[in-house]
Ligand binder design. Sequence first.
Ligand SMILES: Nc1nc2c(ncn2[C@@H]2O[C@H](COP(=O)(O)OP(=O)(O)OP(=O)(O)O)[C@@H](O)[C@H]2O)c(=O)[nH]1
Ligand SMILES: [Mg+2]
Length: 496
Amino acid sequence: MQAKYQLKNAIGNGSYGRVYEATLNDEPVAAKVLHPTLIHPTTVDKFREECELLQRLNHKNVVKLIQFDISNSSPPVLFTELLACDLREYITNLKPKKIPFPEVVSIILDVANGLDYLHYVCEIIHRDLASKNILLTKTGQAKIADLGLAKFYRGKQGMSASPVPGTPLYAAPETHPKPGTTSPKVEYNEKIDIFSLGVISMEVINSREPKCVPVVFDTDGRRIPENERRKDDIREMGDHRLRGLVLSCIEDNSDKRLNAKEVVEWLQKEKSVIEKKNTIVQRRTPNYPPTLRIICLGNSATGKTCIIKRFKDNCFHDHLRATVGLDVFIKNITLNGKKFSLRIDDTAGQERFSSITSSFLRDVDGVLLVFDVTDSKSFEPGIDSIKKLIDDHLDDWTCKILVGNKVDAGDKREVTRKQAEELAANLGVRYFETSAKTGQNIQTVFEELAKEIYNALDLSDIGTYQQKKPCNGAVLLGQELGQEQTEKFSLGCPFC
Ligand SMILES: Nc1nc2c(ncn2[C@@H]2O[C@H](COP(=O)(O)OP(=O)(O)OP(=O)(O)O)[C@@H](O)[C@H]2O)c(=O)[nH]1
Ligand SMILES: [Mg+2]
């Protein structure tokens, strides 16, 4: 059936045709029309191939085909969903600003997800991945478009196909034929798209069009390494958090490049760090700076409450009542010139806190694993059972420090420093010996844990993260603890 459509303004050039903003049955669409000068059987067949291929795809990060029309009466046309703009255009209009890190991660992750689908679900190589072929929705979701040069490949053995099929600036080194080779084809696989993704990533990070030395081989016919050809872009990235990812995508040897799944995995971790940073900012209340959450875990009477009180108020009590449920303490600290609040959750000793559930541990950024050096049971099995508890409920990256308390107790000591250091090494954490009684190392353990969190999440740019309206719990926390009071909450406290 012939489609009823109306073309409006041209919005881009795709392979084999021009792309227009259009309406199809009064709905806004993008229409790719085969250029009249290209209408002959071979190109029409290619165009049909693209339509049929698009018809089989269904993924949120790949542009959707709506309809196509290859009738004899008018130029072949295919209709896809209409998006806000392409990535190239978006970056150009941004000048001179840079794309913020969370958005960088989100765009590259979307493209990597789309590639993962194309490569491993559909067995398709895009072959022309470039920023002009990444479209963005109004909300910034990225979708892979223009599959005019895409090809099916079977298995992992790759294909023998045309050299540099897509945009040269984004082309992987193996798509360039060696000087003097007579074969019209070169061998490559899906990793050529990963290379292009690496170049696009640099473009997004640097927020400008990529630069690249145009020659691929030196005068002796040797391939110029890509990190040499693209050294300006690499230098401009500096020590960006995604530098390692980008360099792993633009490796000269395609076997050494990450695959789409690995890129997705890498970026998902970055995304969870971003979410964590947003949580830290959102915890901020009118009276407090961004808040890091620390929890003290350990057997009963190991001195958790004393450690916290020494840190908060520089005092020590000989006969403290055992903690019941959860006490919350707040103290402000400065890290690398930035103000943070430490929210320290003091729990009841391990024997009685089997009832501690994920709700206590949810959203925790750092843990002090406390044992008493004069009580071997608090060390073994004490720390072991706490480790099991946190492994079940906390993310891998949550910062932890092992603390041996009561080192002032001299000859009552049952756990040696060596034993504790061995356990810390096994757990992959640092060990500190403290005394809440004398104050030894108390300030240090909190500061070191806070620094670990700062570094793990790279909180240097925390000011650029969004502050959303605090939840009721956070408002309450801000009001009640604004007077620098310690508040106690029952089990199942709703604060987030
Ligand atoms: N000598 C010595 N005694 C300490 C030290 N820290 C705590 N204590 C004593 O150990 C006992 C228990 O201390 P708490 O801080 O209540 O222990 P806790 O781990 O909070 O115990 P729960 O709340 O039951 O989990 C108290 O009598 C403290 O005086 C220390 O560094 N040195
Ligand atoms: Mg206590």
